[in-house]
Design a protein around this ligand. Structure first.
Ligand SMILES: NC(=O)c1ccc[n+]([C@@H]2O[C@H](COP(=O)([O-])OP(=O)(O)OC[C@H]3O[C@@H](n4cnc5c(N)ncnc54)[C@H](O)[C@@H]3O)[C@@H](O)[C@H]2O)c1
Length: 259
């Protein structure tokens, strides 16, 4: 098969929905064999079926689930070239309201899940037939740079993902040369995660309009636009890029604020 990921095997977490599903579709269209993982089994199976991929039930916060997911990828396809640590949850609470159980849940999925993914992917990538090779894409956020007052745990988790990525990247560069790790920092993206926040606000249309105007480009991004960024980092086109941050925020940070 031809394409920008021809011959590669990619595992995408949280791929039943939003950015992860868009990555799974684009990666398959670019020639990758894709392992779709999520905790939403019905939706995940549908994404995998549509692209001819493999679906694995996989709670990223649990190490035994990582062992099983990577083993399933290796059993099905014999190697692992790309991991997109995309699964994430958003639970808004300011630091004053921050409930310890919510903190642990958000950090568990967003940061610990990403750490476990890097650990298990690197172990698989260094043992790839033909020698160590691979690219890990960690989905952080614009909140890896700036504080979202309404979401202390989420902000902390995404800041953690940004710097964890650099530790993984430097380790892999020194130890294996050909295993890379980068972070992707979306601004606001039109996905079910944000739709849930709009619906909870009591004014979904007003919230949607507000989110559109928050970015200098005047609109949210689509999940497909984030998948295109992940594709660059996943593919050999970014072969000299490691430990880097790809900010895709419609100019938000360049403007110094939302408006
Ligand atoms: N939507 C945005 O504006 C935005 C902005 C910046 C960063 N992000 C990040 O992008 C990533 C994808 O978000 P999205 O907007 O596509 O959201 P989404 O809610 O559409 O998708 C997230 C997916 O993660 C899965 N998931 C949740 N907990 C999981 C777990 N424990 N194990 C495995 N899968 C789990 C969900 O089932 C869901 O399918 C997240 O990491 C999110 O924080 C999103």
């Amino acid at each position: 098969m031809s394409g920008r990921l021809a011959g590669k095997v990619a595992l995408v977490t949280g791929a039943a929905s939003g950015i992860g599903a868009a990555c799974a579709r684009l990666f398959a269209a670019e020639g990758a064999r894709v392992v779709v993982t999520d905790v939403q089994d019905e939706k995940g199976r549908a994404v995998a079926a549509a692209i001819g991929g493999l679906y694995v039930t996989h709670d990223v916060a649990r190490e035994e689930a990582w062992t099983a997911a990577v083993a399933a990828a290796l059993a099905a396809y014999g190697r692992l070239d790309v991991l997109v640590n995309n699964a994430g949850i958003f639970i808004p609470q300011t630091i004053e309201d921050c409930d310890l159980a919510v903190w642990n849940k958000v950090l568990g999925v967003n940061l610990t899940g990403t750490m476990l993914g890097c650990k298990h992917a690197v172990r698989a990538m260094k043992a790839n037939p033909g020698g160590p090779a691979g690219s890990i894409v960690n989905v952080s956020s614009i909140t890896g740079y700036i504080g979202l007052a309404s979401a202390a745990a989420y902000t902390a988790s995404k800041g953690g993902v940004r710097l964890l990525t650099k530790s993984v990247a430097v380790h892999c560069a020194r130890a294996y040369r050909t295993i890379r790790c980068n972070s992707l920092h979306p601004g606001t993206i039109d996905t079910p995660m944000n739709q849930a926040a709009f619906d909870a606000s009591g004014d979904p249309e007003g919230m949607r309009a507000l989110f559109d105007t928050m970015q200098p480009v005047g609109r949210m991004a689509s999940a497909a636009e984030m998948a295109a960024c992940a594709l660059f980092l996943a593919s050999d086109e970014s072969s000299f890029v490691t430990g880097a941050e790809l900010l895709a925020d419609g100019g938000w940070l360049a403007a110094g604020g939302p408006l």
